[in-house]
Design a protein around this ligand. Sequence first.
Ligand SMILES: NC(=O)c1ccc[n+]([C@@H]2O[C@H](COP(=O)([O-])OP(=O)(O)OC[C@H]3O[C@@H](n4cnc5c(N)ncnc54)[C@H](OP(=O)(O)O)[C@@H]3O)[C@@H](O)[C@H]2O)c1
Length: 306
Amino acid sequence: MKIRKETTVMNIVIAGGTGFIGRELGKHFEKQNHQVKVLGRNKNNNPKVIIWDGESLGNWKNELKGTDVLINLTGKSVDCRYTEKNKEEIFDSRTNSIKVLEKAFNEIGETPKTWIQAATATIYRDEYEKPNNEYEGIIGESFSVEVAKKWEKIFDEVSLETKKVTLRMTIVLGKNGGAFPMLNTLAKFGMGGKQGKGNQYISWIHIHDLLNIIELSIKNQWVSGVINCSSPEPITNEDFMRKLRKKNVLSLGFPIPVFLLKLGAKLIGTEPELILKSRWVSSKKLGKFRYNFKYPSLDKALEELK
Ligand SMILES: NC(=O)c1ccc[n+]([C@@H]2O[C@H](COP(=O)([O-])OP(=O)(O)OC[C@H]3O[C@@H](n4cnc5c(N)ncnc54)[C@H](OP(=O)(O)O)[C@@H]3O)[C@@H](O)[C@H]2O)c1
């Protein structure tokens, strides 16, 4: 099996790269003149997209030749009702994509130098006591935790000789996708009150920091394993929404009680857990790697996002 050698211009493949994080990553690396290819199920007006189905081998495997870095972001959004059909797709899209990428590299007889795999900080329990870091974090119990565990287990089982990095991402804040635009719109229209009791933690990371952490883990051989992608200042939902209202120059924001959230979630086809779970996550590893956050506080992040 050929292992790719370090080169200045890298060949980067982003599987599931048509979504929010993938598009930002693609732009980030293209600006640095790296070669970026995207695997997706639809072109979405992007000529760089190579069509695959995320589960079976096809001609797309030949496009992996010469890959230095694989970044796999594939996964059906968890922002949906947890029906049996959706649950299956949430699991399968994550696990099948890993398995078929491994198979594809085996078939072409190459292995990327680095494989960066999306994962989620939702793997930790509903937490009110202290932040969960990579070494002492307490794993939770729920459907979304089961997804998170299986996702990482399947990645752990990949037997290619590649450096593996598992990104346990918290909520990624960016202008062009993810949860932020929706929360910001709520705040703009006076609906930016606390959600539920408001004492649940929101751990978050600005998209630019996430991109920098991915770059750091590609460029430094000693960076590997699980990394909690979380800014150093997780904040309660109540404080998060207060800051968001302030940014929108609105002092008023109707709080949304639990029963209304549950009803609302059903109406808009999502799960209340996404908002009500307390996610208190920190990263000891990023400190060890001496990573300097560009947006360590929510105030700084919101300044950029406004
Ligand atoms: N954004 C966040 O705050 C956050 C936080 C923690 C973890 N994550 C994880 O990070 C990854 C990327 O996040 P994102 O915000 O960029 O998500 P996104 O915008 O929903 O993009 C997900 C990608 O997965 C692909 N996909 C969806 N369903 C699929 C299926 N059934 N089979 C094959 N491919 C499928 C989509 O590509 P096509 O539909 O074009 O094929 C899309 O490019 C996801 O796995 C997500 O769970 C995100």
